[in-house]
Structures are given as structure tokens and as C-alpha cells.
Ligand binder design. Structure first.
Ligand SMILES: Nc1ncnc2c1ncn2[C@@H]1O[C@H](COP(=O)(O)OP(=O)(O)OP(=O)(O)O)[C@@H](O)[C@H]1O
Ligand SMILES: [Mg+2]
Length: 259
């Protein structure tokens, strides 16, 4: 369960470069919910995810994970509950290390007891099963150095690293945007599979309207630091790309009335 209460973020306050990025976000994402976040460039999508991850202090509001108030904790202390995958394949895994080593590091993040198990045979079997979900052949290349992998393979590994220790919250910030359409499709299918398997509470940012319609059980549209549209269940299932684009062009007050 993820709860965000009255979250406000201003970058460079009181200077000429001041940017209000979040204007009082209230959001509750139920356990196992897969919420897709869309919105124009600069709407505050990444800032919302980064605030949940703890990249910076926020001006107002609170972030709660499974009822724990983590607002005052820096990102590395939230890492045992929150996992992330970014757009850039170079950010996910360490290039000079093998697939297996990266997964072992990810598995023990925030949890020392698992270190040995992750490196042992049990860890290897688990890694193979997880990687096989992606259909990219990574499970046969556990000893391969990551810098020899393609962008799609690296994103698949980054996702495997994010889910390996079953985080309470999974944050995906345009994690397929740098991939070709076929590979993006494979990584998306695997995302749905691993998120569904583990019942992970997920926030996924995308600019891909088809993905926004097809995936997840909830859709949030952000605009100017606010959540302008929030649809779930049957209303989400009934959305079309055309309908969504139409809503993109509506004024905020009309959007909120519709939701
Ligand atoms: N580190 C930062 N320093 C200063 N301003 C920032 C910073 N990060 C974000 N902003 C500003 O905050 C606002 C929201 O940015 P954010 O990156 O959250 O948008 P976004 O919805 O993720 O957009 P995009 O679709 O382009 O990724 C923008 O005005 C942006 O310029
Ligand atoms: Mg962004």
C-alpha cells in the first residue's frame, strides 16, 4: 500500500529558476494495484516517483508505505521497500559485473541475510526462472558482463533486479521508452507477468497511449503538478486511445468532473 498525502515540491524556491513541480498530491495505491501515470512533459510524473523514492526533501506532505511514514528517510533507507527502473538502460545495472552478480547485489539490497542464498544455487535457479520470463535468452547468460548486452536486455535485467526482492512499491519511469517497439513489447509483457506474479504495487509512467490503455488497472493523468484524471476498474478498461487523447485536451475542471 502506497499513500501520498498533500505532497508538494518546489525546485529552486525563491529564485528566478523556481519551479512548482507538485501541487498537493493525494494518492492511495492499494496493494497489488498497477497504476499507469501519463501527462505532458513537465507535468510532474517523474517528480512524483522520485518523491516516493526519496530523492529529495519535499516542502509539504507525507509518503507512507504500508502505513510507515517514510517522508523523512533518504532514498537509500527506502530502498528496501521501493524499487525503480528508469528510462536509460545504462542506469539499471553495473556494466562491469555479470548478470548473476548484479542480481545478487539487488537481492541483498537492504537485507543482509539473503546475501549467501542469493549467490548460491537457490539464487541461481530463481534468477533463471525470473529472467526466462522476458523471452530474451538472458537466463542462459548468467555469467555474461552486462556491458555486452543490448539496451532491451539491460532493461529486462534492470526490471528483474527491481522485482527480485519483492519490493512493496515498484516505480517504472518510462522504462520501455528507449527500446524499439518489438523489444518494448517484450519488456512490457514481462513487466505485466512479473508484477502480476508477485502482486506488486506499481506506478508506471509512460507516454505510450496504447500501453496506458492496455496495461494496469488504474490510470492517472497528471497536469501541472496535479492529478487531473484518475480512472480505474471498468472505466479504465473502457478507455480508448482516441478517448484518452480527447481528455488530454480538456480543461482541468472538466477532467475532474468526468473522473
Ligand atoms: N531536479 C530538478 N531541478 C529543477 N527543476 C526540476 C527538477 N526536476 C524536475 N524539475 C521541474 O519540475 C517540473 C516537473 O518535472 P518532471 O520531470 O517531474 O516532469 P515529467 O512529467 O516527468 O515530464 P517528462 O514527461 O518530460 O518526463 C518541470 O517543470 C521540471 O522542469
Ligand atoms: Mg519524466
Amino acid at each position: 500500500m502506497l499513500e501520498v498525502r498533500g505532497l508538494g515540491k518546489v525546485f529552486h524556491p525563491g529564485t528566478a529558476a523556481e519551479r512548482v513541480a507538485l501541487r498537493g498530491i493525494d494518492l492511495a495505491v492499494a496493494p497489488g494495484d498497477f497504476a499507469v501515470v501519463i501527462g505532458d512533459n513537465g507535468a510532474g510524473k517523474s517528480t512524483l516517483l522520485n518523491a516516493v523514492a526519496g530523492d529529495f526533501a519535499v516542502e509539504t506532505g507525507a509518503v507512507l508505505i504500508d502505513g510507515r511514514d517514510v517522508t523523512g528517510l533518504p532514498a537509500h533507507r527506502r530502498a528496501r521497500w521501493v524499487a525503480r527502473v528508469f528510462q536509460d538502460p545504462a542506469l539499471g545495472a553495473a556494466g562491469a559485473m555479470s548478470i548473476e552478480e548484479n542480481l545478487a547485489v539487488a537481492a541483498r539490497r537492504g537485507c543482509r541475510r539473503r546475501f549467501r542464498a542469493a549467490l548460491g544455487r537457490e539464487g541461481r535457479a530463481r534468477d533463471r526462472t525470473l529472467l526466462a520470463r522476458f523471452g530474451l535468452g538472458l537466463e542462459e547468460r548468467l555469467r555474461t558482463r552486462v556491458d555486452l548486452l543490448s539496451g532491451g536486455q539491460r532493461q529486462a535485467l534492470a526490471l528483474a533486479m527491481a522485482v527480485v526482492r519483492r519490493p512493496d512499491v515498484l516505480l517504472l519511469d518510462e522504462h520501455t521508452a528507449a527500446l524499439d517497439p518489438r523489444t518494448a513489447g517484450l519488456v512490457m509483457d514481462a513487466t505485466v507477468a512479473v508484477v502480476g506474479d508477485a502482486g506488486l504495487t506499481t506506478l508506471m509512467v509512460t507516454h505510450n497511449m496504447q500501453h496506458a490503455i492496455r496495461f494496469g488497472n488504474r490510470l492517472l493523468m497528471m497536469r501541472q503538478g496535479r492529478i487531473a484524471l484518475d480512472v480505474s476498474g471498468p472505466a479504465k478498461a473502457a478507455l480508448t486511445v482516441e478517448g484518452l487523447i480527447e481528455r488530454f485536451h480538456l480543461a482541468d475542471d472538466k477532467l475532474l468532473l468526468q473522473a
